[in-house]
Design a protein around this ligand. Structure first.
Ligand SMILES: Cc1cc2nc3c(=O)[nH]c(=O)nc-3n(C[C@H](O)[C@H](O)[C@H](O)COP(=O)(O)OP(=O)(O)OC[C@H]3O[C@@H](n4cnc5c(N)ncnc54)[C@H](O)[C@@H]3O)c2cc1C
Length: 466
């Protein structure tokens, strides 16, 4: 088999890999991308995008059930669950096809198969166990992503115990659902199923839901979930499950007491492990720490010429982090001037449950732990005209400033559409903005974004609308 030579090979076609390939092609590099399953990776096929399609449906279902608030009356409103799932899959397919188009447009050579390193600067591609290509390049980016972590005793079986994959294509709506893990993925599924009509119990081993968020935001979300009818258990450990014919019972320990909770299905959303197996890193300088490849600030591994980006390298497991790393890694390889390492504190995180959650930078607790003297601002949605006009008065914005310099250290939001708004604070973080620039910025009226201004004003004793 003739070896094919490139300037760069990318292993994995998720948002890390395909974006890296496009940027490399833009910079004039002859680029190959190897993908074994689906262009667009988890994000477009089984993650960000299909879940947002589902959550749009559950948001509409919630609105339909509360139409009278807006002066409507509608009888007999119902949904076809099969069509709900079909729409989500169609959206995923459309975007994956879009990535194939982008690869063609950018003249990236796409190889369909499983790739593994095969010696210095070489990568072997196989399909169904048979070799299909041998590739060579001075630079190889590993972007093989990650998959759901499995808890011993609660192994997903595809029928009663689901990972996110099965949870995204259920044959029917479970009447009673347990979600184990209240990170972004668990909270989004809990919210989706609750709004579609399931009875949902959300179980979290740590002391609060969305444990990476600011404690006040976690408390707000818990209260909102409970008000919506969700049962939330925190500081609760699932010791195991007992399976019946079409039912699961979770044995849960909380506050020194053991209780049994019966449900029709369980979603296990307890974390992520990197896809480090069978990619040929054994015997190379590529180091792995707790299932994730270790890299430096330029995404270099310990093996010269081999780089790693995205979920494969650990948290935060976010598509935009993967893409950003893809771009900076390629630009560094190409010798582009002015490339900056990624500051993890400037990566916004979003959770699309109801109410939505978005944040960037340090929580109040993390800022204090880092030694900052902090200045805190808060603004509730109830003081915002647009939020009330929309019928979305539940929300809160919290800002964390360095009391000494005025630097915005972190911003935390919960409420309608905050995932669309957090970018304003992310830009402020990138520009190292202080309260002075944020206060001097004009926010359009009436918008929910005004809550962002007010939360800054509040930190400096100048809040207007509360
Ligand atoms: C349910 C869910 C919801 C999510 N929602 C969001 C969200 O709203 N926002 C957000 O930012 N993130 C979200 N994420 C996370 C997001 O999907 C990931 O952070 C992102 O996909 C990581 O991109 P990646 O390119 O590193 O890896 P992946 O997207 O996992 O892509 C890796 C690709 O490599 C391929 N591959 C692996 N090994 C090989 C091999 N040896 N040979 C060939 N190909 C290989 C895989 O088939 C895959 O296509 C969500 C994840 C899940 C599961």
């Amino acid at each position: 088999m003739a070896e094919q030579s490139f300037d760069l090979i990318v292993l994995g076609g998720g948002p890390g890999g395909y974006v890296a390939a496009i940027r490399a092609a833009q910079l004039g590099m002859r680029t190959a991308l190897v993908e074994r399953e689906h262009l667009g990776g988890i994000c477009l096929n089984w993650g960000c995008i299909p879940t947002k399609a589902l959550l749009r449906t559950s948001e509409i279902n919630h609105l339909l059930r509360t139409l009278d608030r807006y002066g409507f009356a509608a009888d007999n409103v119902r949904y076809d669950f099969g069509k709900v799932i079909q729409r989500s899959r169609a959206v995923a397919r459309q975007l994956s096809d879009g990535v194939r188009f982008l690869m063609r447009k950018n003249k990236v050579t796409v190889l369909d198969g499983h790739g593994r390193l095969a010696g210095k600067g070489k990568l072997a591609v196989s399909k169904d166990g048979r070799p299909v290509a041998e590739l060579a390049a001075p630079h190889i980016i590993l972007a093989t992503g990650a998959r759901a972590r499995v808890l011993p005793g609660i192994e997903p079986d595809g029928r009663l115990i689901w990972t996110y994959r099965e949870a995204m294509v259920p044959p029917a709506l479970p009447r009673r659902l347990i979600v184990i893990g209240s990170g972004a993925i668990g909270s989004e599924f809990a919210s989706f199923y609750l709004d579609m009509g399931s009875e949902v119990t959300l179980i979290e081993v740590l002391d609060r839901v969305l444990p990476v968020e600011d404690a006040e935001i976690s408390a707000f979300v818990r209260k909102a979930f409970e008000k919506q009818g969700m049962k939330v258990l925190t500081g609760a450990k699932v010791q195991g499950v007992r399976k019946g014919a079409d039912e699961v019972t979770a044995i849960v320990e909380a506050d020194g007491r053991v209780q049994e909770i019966a449900a029709d299905r369980v979603i296990s959303a307890v974390g992520i492990v990197g896809n480090v197996e069978d990619i040929g890193i054994e015997g190379t300088g590529v180091k792995v720490d707790r299932t994730h490849v270790v890299t430096d600030e330029w995404c270099r591994t310990g093996e010269p010429g081999v780089y790693a980006i995205g979920d494969l390298c650990g948290p935060p497991w976010l598509a935009h982090k993967a893409s950003h790393e893809g771009v900076l890694c390629v630009e560094k390889i190409a010798g582009v001037e002015g490339v900056h390492p990624l500051d993890v504190r400037n990566i916004p995180g979003c959770t699309y449950c109801r109410p939505q959650v978005a944040s960037v930078g340090l929580t109040e607790a993390a800022a204090k732990e880092a030694g900052y003297e902090v200045r805190i601002g808060r603004f509730p949605f109830i003081g915002n005209g647009k939020a009330i006009a929309l019928g979305e008065p539940e929300g809160l914005v919290k800002t964390v400033f360095d009391a000494r310099t005025g630097e915005l250290l972190g911003a935390h939001m919960v409420g309608a559409e905050v995932t669309e708004l957090i970018q304003g604070y992310a830009i402020a973080r990138t520009l190292e903005a202080t309260e002075a620039e944020l206060i001097a910025t004009v926010f359009p009226h009436p918008t929910i974004s005004e809550t962002m201004h007010e939360a800054v004003l509040d930190a400096y004793g100048r809040v207007i609308h509360i």
